[in-house]
Design a binder for this molecule. Structure first.
Ligand code: SF4
Length: 582
């Protein structure tokens, strides 16, 4: 095993790093681009099973329950990892922020995959802000090897400082494959429950002490970050030079004319362009700091910026470092990045979407690479350069041919038209949710009128009904309903709100690759009745093309009912059906 070479996705490197760090359990909720971490761990668990001491790995109802389960593992003295996408951390934010105040016993790592560029997400939020908010350390790997080694390190760190540790990933790292070298695994820890009861009870009297303890740890985190090998300070031509760059760019006043701060994948893109950049600058290498371990290494930042007249920040995600710098540095140091340029104008680094070698090249003031110029010159006039360079796909994704959601949307569309045939049907509001069925927002269906976050459709439909909208509808998938829609249904049932909840039950978590739902379809009915829905107002329909007309009449009656109705459209996802047959 020692020094074995494997080719893995970034997500798989995290999963294997966690196994080799001796985890006893892994939990998560599927969400692109994080899904493959837990899929790898579940596959290992199913292969090895408890008999072979493979770590337990399970999907959970949502990210909050996943993180709470991991806290329980840590309480019992064993190591655990939790996986989620960036918006999942919003759901888990309660145990996440409060977990930072606990005296973590078994190492606890929260692997969060951000999605700059919104390939499959509703926003670009940057999880480093959450780590800063909770005041816990964060590691940001820049390649698959670091994804593996930093995962292992994160567990050591978590136990050393008795705090949860965040591992921040991004789409390009999670979903790209590279060769990595792995080391021997460490064994799992025995069960050994925490003895520090007061450090695990956030009653006000204890919480105050625990919060003070967390504040005290900040100095230790700072020392750790400043000396961390992922935080590399390069001052070319000076003695403080861990990067080996030659020909420093010292101005006559003894300061560098420019310093560059990079983080995560931004460091790789910078390095792809560094030779051209130095050549453009007449052979002068700028000073540089790469950051891969947080909190920000303040001493290194101050040393860098004291030695430089200007600073350019290249980071993947939101301007986390740049914003902190603006409050940290004395006025004479000009800062450029996503927020502003060195001349005070707009920033040279793209503010939205992903970094890539070409837009980093542009930020450095370099001309486009010849290959890009050649490609651009072949574009017809009608196709803008912006669209080409951003790699936008002009044709939106569609539901699979024959998807059951298509028949459900056809039914909803007809029922709504039969109730209110006016343009934009002003008496009807249709709130949808996150899942494959979000694609029903595009033509030819164009049914949903809002899509906000997991579970929001139910609460929004309730609010719209309370506001007086006559026909208020929520459309949600079975898995999203279990994730967080169910609490909204309990609220609606308690007040018998005049609204219709439509559950599209395809018996699977389809969008993220067909993970099993937490509750089998046959139990959904009992669950809904248990929330207080009247049996006569719970309708189950088969989502089939040949039943569209019949279903339309039955759905219309429920929408017109002046109280709460739940209508379940049932049919298995085609992709899940294919996988099951294989
Ligand atoms: S994966 Fe399944 S649910 Fe998603 S669009 Fe395809 S058939 Fe429909």
């Amino acid at each position: 095993m020692s020094n074995e070479q494997l080719t893995l996705l970034g997500d798989e490197a995290v999963a294997l790093g966690a196994i080799h760090a001796g985890i006893s359990a892994a939990y998560g909720y599927p969400g692109t681009p994080s899904t493959e971490i837990l899929e790898y761990l579940i596959a290992e668990y199913e292969k090895g099973g408890p008999a072979n001491a493979a770590p337990v790995a399970r999907w959970c109802s949502n990210e909050k329950t996943a993180l709470e389960a991991a806290l329980g593992v840590s309480f019992a003295g064993r190591r655990a990892i939790v996986t989620m996408k960036h918006v999942g951390l919003n759901v888990a934010s309660d145990p996440f922020i409060n977990g930072a105040l606990l005296a973590i016993k078994g190492g606890l790592v929260i692997a969060v995959a951000d999605d700059p560029g919104m390939h499959s997400s509703q926003n670009e939020q940057d999880s480093r802000f959450y780590a800063g908010f909770a005041m816990i350390p964060c590691l940001e790997p820049r390649n698959q090897q670091e994804a593996y080694t930093m995962t292992r390190e994160a567990f050591e760190l978590s136990e050393r400082f008795q705090v949860p540790v965040m591992l921040r990933l991004v789409t390009r790292l999670s979903h790209a494959r590279a060769a990595i070298t792995v080391r021997d695994a460490v064994p799992q820890k025995p069960v050994s429950k925490t003895e520090e009861r007061s450090r695990w009870m956030l009653l006000p009297a204890f919480a105050r002490t625990n919060y003070a303890a967390l504040i005290e740890k900040q100095n230790d985190f700072q020392v750790w970050a400043t000396t961390h090998p992922a935080n590399t300070l390069e001052l070319p031509g000076s003695e403080v030079n861990s990067g080996g760059a030659a020909n420093g760019s010292m101005a006559n006043n003894g300061r560098y004319d420019l310093a560059v701060i990079t983080s995560g994948l931004g460091g790789n893109y910078y390095e792809e362009n560094i030779a051209d950049f130095i050549a453009m600058r007449g052979g002068k290498a700028p000073a540089r700091l790469h950051i891969g371990a947080y909190p920000l290494p303040l001493e290194s930042i101050r040393a860098l910026c004291a030695a430089a007249e200007k600073v350019l920040v290249i980071e993947e995600g939101q301007p986390f470092i740049e914003e902190k710098l603006r409050g940290l540095l004395p006025q004479p140091v000009a800062i450029a990045g996503k927020l502003a340029g060195l001349d005070g104008g707009s920033g040279p680094v793209v503010r939205t979407g992903e970094l890539d070698p070409d837009n980093v090249r542009h930020a450095l003031g370099l001309p486009p690479r010849p290959s890009v110029i050649d490609a651009l010159s072949g574009i017809s006039e009608g196709n803008s350069q912006g669209d080409f360079t951003s790699g936008k796909i002009t044709r939106p994704p569609q539901l699979c041919q024959g998807c059951p959601h298509g028949d459900s949307y056809e039914t909803i569309k007809k029922a709504v038209a039969a109730i209110d045939g006016r343009p934009n049907h002003p008496d009807v509001g249709i709130n949808s949710d996150i899942g494959c069925y979000s694609l029903g927002a595009a033509p030819p269906y164009a049914v949903p009128e809002s899509i906000v976050c997991m579970g929001a459709s139910v609460g929004m439909a309730k609010g719209a009904a309370d506001a007086g909208l006559k026909y208020s509808i929520a459309v949600i998938g079975d898995s999203t309903f279990i994730h967080s829609g169910i609490a909204g249904l309990i609220d609606a049932a308690a007040a018998d709100i005049p609204m219709t909840l439509i559950i599209l039950d395809n018996s699977i978590v389809a969008m993220t690759g067909c993970q099993e739902t937490m509750i089998p379809s046959e139990n959904l009915r009992k669950l809904i009745l248990g929330c207080g829905v009247k049996p006569e107002r719970l309708l189950e329909l088969e989502a089939k093309k040949q039943l569209v007309d019949e279903n339309t009449a039955r759905l219309k009656a429920e929408i017109e009912h002046r109280g709460l109705s739940v209508v379940i459209f049932k049919r298995e996802c085609l992709e899940a059906f294919r996988k099951r047959r294989k």
